[in-house]
Structures are given as structure tokens and as C-alpha cells.
Design a binder for this molecule. Structure first.
Ligand code: GLA
Length: 579
């Protein structure tokens, strides 16, 4: 059965969208001092990053060869401007003044020299750090060296910083505070540097990442498999990280602040069938373009094949990504593995991706109704650089094989087409006076098993000690979810218990956090609970909070590892505002 995602479109709503987008996640009161950097990343950043192909094995010769290849392959001229050195460029120790320094074996001439080389090629210089005391590869991190590191980077001519989050649980600071510190010290250092939040998708769109940074990760690390590509794409464009009512994260992105489903694996797949390989590369690239994702290539540019080069530099597909309007594309049709995405463009036309994520050959149709058009409309194939003709009411791609896709431009130039209505603030933010049941709000972020509203995870009524609760969340094994908030709301009350239907011996622990897990601000902790533990009530004072995260972690009785069966409930969680 075909399922349509209905788009509720009107011009008036477009105006509302613009107003709402300018303030919908500004949960932070701090504003960067300097409007002079407000122009950064007005379209999704494009570049190349060393991690996906080289991992830790980078050195001066390789990076310079990649810089040369960015020019000779045409990547630079296609728009890829940042060359970013990921983890493991630095020495194991800071220098005697506490400054970071290059690994003396990998980069014997130092980082300024490599930056100068990158700049001499007409490219910009990007670098990696981590906001904890050590990076993901256990090298020196920036914690408690924030100011000196930003000063050092500025002196080296750095234009882009990917700031990672491994070990940041130990910082004792909210993520929003951490990233704002870097923004502050970047501005103090006086260089317009793009700041990229790398935090495995821990809700920067909820806690206000756009106040400090130009892009934020929406999910875990991408691998070189299409399974991983689709999973990452669904962190930005689907409901892997947000309540399904949102239709992806599109409403949280725009010029200057982007959802980042991680770097590209185009050119890194090991798929034997050449046709399927080409489709996979195009499917990955097309998805990133329609989702207005940052385009950070991650393949070995020194040995790029013609096919991969043509895909990565395809001008009309890149133009969709770089469209000045900056609207992130969204799904307008899903039927199993078949998907249609839409991205209305600045020139009045719209970009459409038809994608077969499955193995079986299929036809996919986009109707004009799905994309806000009617009548006869011109259709252009952006991969083939070809006008295909004029079609009435719909267009069908025939016989799309495994990962098969088409990237189209549909419609005539003119007034921009309206965007769909964003989810309104009040449906996902704790802003009301009086009593707000969290069960009346959509969570704006989640990880692991999604919570089930007003039922146990297994879909049964929530019953604790014989009392049935109409409201609550059913959780299983590992369930994390977050609600956006404002400073309003004074107390959070509710009850937790291991689900009555769970008869196993494993335990579960309920915790309530201010902001994400990295911030590690635990407001309330149930401790380990088993099926025999009495229910526990929480009654927490909320002060100056951004957002609230509820978590449930199952633990295996035998070995203390994650349990895969235990069920828990948050019954009747309510926010009480006094005024
Ligand atoms: C994390 C990031 C990756 C990469 C590695 C480097 O896993 O998510 O993108 O930067 O660290 O150690």
C-alpha cells in the first residue's frame, strides 16, 4: 500500500517558516559578539576531510598530494574549498607553553607550513580537535586550552575547525556552553573560522548549536557501506533522531547552520558490480545534495576514477546542494525502500530525488501534487544534463535497480515555491504556563529505541501497583529522548518503574538530564531498579534549563553489560510552571 506524506503548503506558511526558522532553536541567551562572522557557511560547506580514507595515517606528503589533486581533479573548481586534517595530526604532547604542535614525524615542518601550502592552492585549511582533554585517538584535546588553541589555529591560518566530543562527559559543562566557548575564542583570535560540531548527533538542533557553530552532526560515524549511508541520511532526513511527526530535521537548517549527516563515502565503497557501484555513489551524493548537507569528500583523491570524479563534481547536482535559498530537502513519499525527496529552489523550480534503496528493480513516480505543482511542467535530468521533456501531473522513473536513482529539476523559473509548514514550537517545546504533560509534546531528539507514548514499549497499558496511568512513556533496553525547553517551568514530576510485564532478572536505570549525555548534568537518578523495586517518584527543580533528556538503560544481571530485554516506564511526567 502506497503511503503519502502529505504536505501542507501555503504561501502564508512560508512567511511563518521564515519567522520561525530565525528563532526556533535559540534556546541560548548568549549571542556571539561579532556580527562580522555572520556570513560564514551561507551554503553548506564543501571540502575534503582525511578521516574516511586515511584515518590516522596522514602526513605532509599525502596531504600535499591531496591538495594538488583537489586542483587537478577539478574538485576545487567544482566548489570544494576546505581541506580538513582530521584526528592524529598532532604530537602526543603540547609544547612548553602549552600550545598544540604538529606530530614531528608526520608533519616535520609544522602545521603553518601545511596550511600555507593548502592556501597556495587556492584552498582553505581545516583542522580537527576535540573538546575533551583527549581526542578520539587519545591525543591532546582542547579542554582547558580553549583560548590558546583557537589562537594557535588562527595563527596557523585555519579556516575551519571540526570540534569532536569523545570523552567530553568529563568536561562538566553543557555542550551548549562548551561550543560557545570556542565561538568566543575564535572571535577573540580574530579569524573567521567555520566551527563544525562533531558530537555523534547529540541534539545540537535542540540545544542551540546554531548560536555557536555553522554545522552539527546528526548521527553516528558514517562507514563505507550503503547501509550506513542510508542510516546517516535518515538521521537528517528521516526519523532516526527525531519524532516522526517532524519529517526529518529540515526545519532546523538554513543559511549559516546546517544538519551534517557526516562526511562523504563516495569513492570508498567496495561493490563489485560497476553499475550498482555507480548507482550507490550517485544515491549517496544525491541524498547529501538534496538534504543540503555539508559535502566533505572522503576518498583518496590521488587515484580518483573518472566515474567518481564525475559524480563528485557534477555541477547541476552540486547546484541543488548549494542553492542560495538553503532549504533542506524532505521526504514527500515513502513506500518501503522507495523514496521521493523534494527541495524547492531559489529560482522557482524544485529539485526532486527518486531513490530505490532496495535490491528489487522498481518504478518510482513523483506527482506534481507531492511537490506543490500542477499542469504541464518541464523536467530536467541533472545527472545527465538533459531536458527530458514536459510532463503533465507526474513523472515516473522506470526500472530503477539497486540504489537506482534520478535527480531531477522540475518546473519553471519564477516565484519560489512554498516550503511545507514547520512543526510549530509549541508542539515540541516546554513553553506553556501551568502544567505541561511531556506526553503532549513531541520529543525533538532521540537515540536507540524510540519511546512509546502512553503505553508500555510492548503496547500495553501502563500499570504501576495496580494503578493505570493514562500518560507516560514506555522504554526498552536503552531509550534516550529529549524535549526542547525554555527557561520556563519550575518542576518536573513523575514516577518510574520497571514494567509490570517484565519478568526477567535484569535491571534498568532511569536518569533525567539537563541537555545531552556529554553535558553529564544528571538532574535525577533512580539507581538500578529491578522488577521487585518499588516505583520511584521524581520531583526536580528546574533552573535555567535549555532542554530535558529522559534516559533508560537496561543492565544485564549476569555480566553487567547492556541488557536487551528490560522494559521501563516513565509514568505521567509533567512540567509545572508557577507563573
Ligand atoms: C570521531 C568522529 C569521526 C572522526 C574520528 C577521529 O569518531 O566522529 O568523524 O573525526 O572521531 O578520531
Amino acid at each position: 500500500m502506497v503511503k503519502k506524506i502529505k504536505q501542507n503548503i501555503s504561501l502564508a506558511l512560508l512567511v511563518t517558516l521564515c519567522i520561525v526558522l530565525s528563532g526556533c532553536v535559540s534556546t541560548q541567551s548568549y549571542k556571539p559578539d561579532s556580527p562580522k562572522y555572520a556570513h560564514l557557511a551561507m551554503t553548506p560547506p564543501m571540502g575534503w576531510n582525511s578521516w574516511n580514507f586515511f584515518a590516522k595515517e596522514i602526513d605532509e606528503a599525502k596531504i600535499k598530494a591531496v591538495a594538488d589533486a583537489m586542483v587537478s581533479s577539478g574538485m576545487r573548481d567544482a566548489g570544494y574549498e576546505y581541506l580538513v586534517l582530521d584526528d592524529a595530526w598532532m604530537a602526543a604532547e603540547r609544547d612548553k607553553n602549552g600550545a598544540l604542535q604538529a606530530d614531528p614525524v608526520k608533519f616535520p615542518k609544522g602545521m603553518k607550513e601545511i596550511g600555507d601550502y593548502i592556501h597556495s592552492k587556492g584552498l582553505k585549511f581545516g583542522i580537527y580537535e576535540d573538546r575533551a582533554f583527549r581526542t578520539c585517538q587519545s591525543l591532546p584535546g582542547s579542554f582547558e586550552h580553549e583560548e590558546i588553541d583557537m589562537k594557535t589555529f588562527a595563527a596557523w591560518g585555519v579556516d575551519y575547525i571540526k570540534m569532536d566530543s569523545c570523552s567530553a562527559e568529563g568536561n562538566g559543562r553543557l555542550s551548549s556552553e562548551d561550543y560557545m566557548l570556542y565561538r568566543k575564542y575564535i572571535e577573540k583570535a580574530g579569524r573567521p573560522i567555520v566551527l563544525s560540531i562533531s558530537d555523534f548527533g547529540s541534539a545540537a538542533w535542540v540545544w542551540g548549536g546554531k548560536e555557536s557553530s555553522q554545522l552539527w552532526r546528526t548521527g553516528w560515524d558514517i562507514r563505507h557501506s550503503m547501509h550506513s549511508v542510508y542510516r546517516c541520511a535518515d538521521c537528517s532526513g528521516g526519523n532516526n533522531r527525531i519524532h516522526p511527526a517532524f519529517n526529518g530535521l529540515w526545519q532546523f537548517a538554513g543559511p549559516g547552520y546546517w544538519n551534517d549527516p557526516d562526511m562523504l563515502q563516495v569513492g570508498n565503497f567496495t561493490i563489485e558490480d560497476k553499475k550498482v557501484l555507480e548507482s550507490a555513489n550517485k544515491a549517496h551524493f544525491g541524498l547529501w545534495c538534496i538534504l543540503a548537507s555539508p559535502l566533505m569528500a572522503g576518498n583518496d583523491l590521488r587515484v580518483i576514477t573518472d566515474s567518481v570524479r564525475d559524480i563528485l563534481t557534477s555541477p547541476e547536482v552540486i547546484a541543488v546542494n548549494q542553492d542560495k535559498r538553503g532549504l533542506q530537502g524532505y521526504k514527500v513519499f515513502v513506500d518501503g525502500n522507495l523514496e521521493v525527496y523534494n527541495k524547492p529552489l531559489a529560482d522557482g523550480t524544485t529539485a526532486v530525488l527518486l531513490l530505490n534503496k532496495g535490491k528489487d528493480t522498481a518504478d518510482i513516480t513523483v506527482t506534481w501534487e507531492m511537490i506543490g505543482l500542477s499542469g504541464k511542467q518541464p523536467v530536467r535530468d541533472l545527472w545527465e544534463h538533459k531536458d527530458i521533456g514536459t510532463f503533465e501531473d507526474s513523472f515516473s522513473a522506470k526500472g530503477l535497480g539497486e540504489h537506482g536513482n534520478m535527480m531531477l529539476k522540475i518546473g519553471k523559473k519564477g516565484r519560489p515555491l512554498p516550503a511545507p509548514a514547520p512543526m510549530s514550537l509549541e508542539k515540541y517545546t516546554i513553553t506553556r504556563k501551568g502544567v505541561t504533560s511531556l506526553c503532549d509534546l513531541y520529543y525533538a531528539w532521540r537515540e536507540h529505541n524510540p519511546p512509546v507514548y502512553n503505553k508500555t514499549f510492548d503496547g500495553k497499558p501502563i500499570v504501576i501497583d495496580g494503578k493505570t496511568f493514562e500518560r507516560g512513556f514506555g522504554c526498552k533496553t536503552k531509550t534516550d529522548f529529549m524535549f526542547a525547553g525554555t527557561e520556563r517551568g519550575d518542576r518536573l514530576i513523575g514516577t518510574v518503574a520497571i514494567d509490570e510485564s517484565y519478568q526477567g532478572e535484569n535491571s534498568g536505570r532511569f536518569r533525567i538530564y539537563h541537555e545531552d549525555r556529554f553535558a553529564n548534568r544528571v538532574l535525577w537518578d533512580s539507581g538500578q531498579m529491578t522488577k521487585d523495586s518499588p516505583a520511584k517518584e521524581f520531583n526536580i527543580e528546574l533552573k535555567d534549563y535549555n532542554c530535558i533528556m529522559l534516559t533508560f538503560d537496561g543492565k544485564n544481571k549476569e555480566n553487567g553489560k547492556n541488557a536487551n530485554d528490560v522494559l521501563g516506564v516513565f509514568a505521567d511526567p509533567q512540567i509545572i510552571a508557577n507563573d
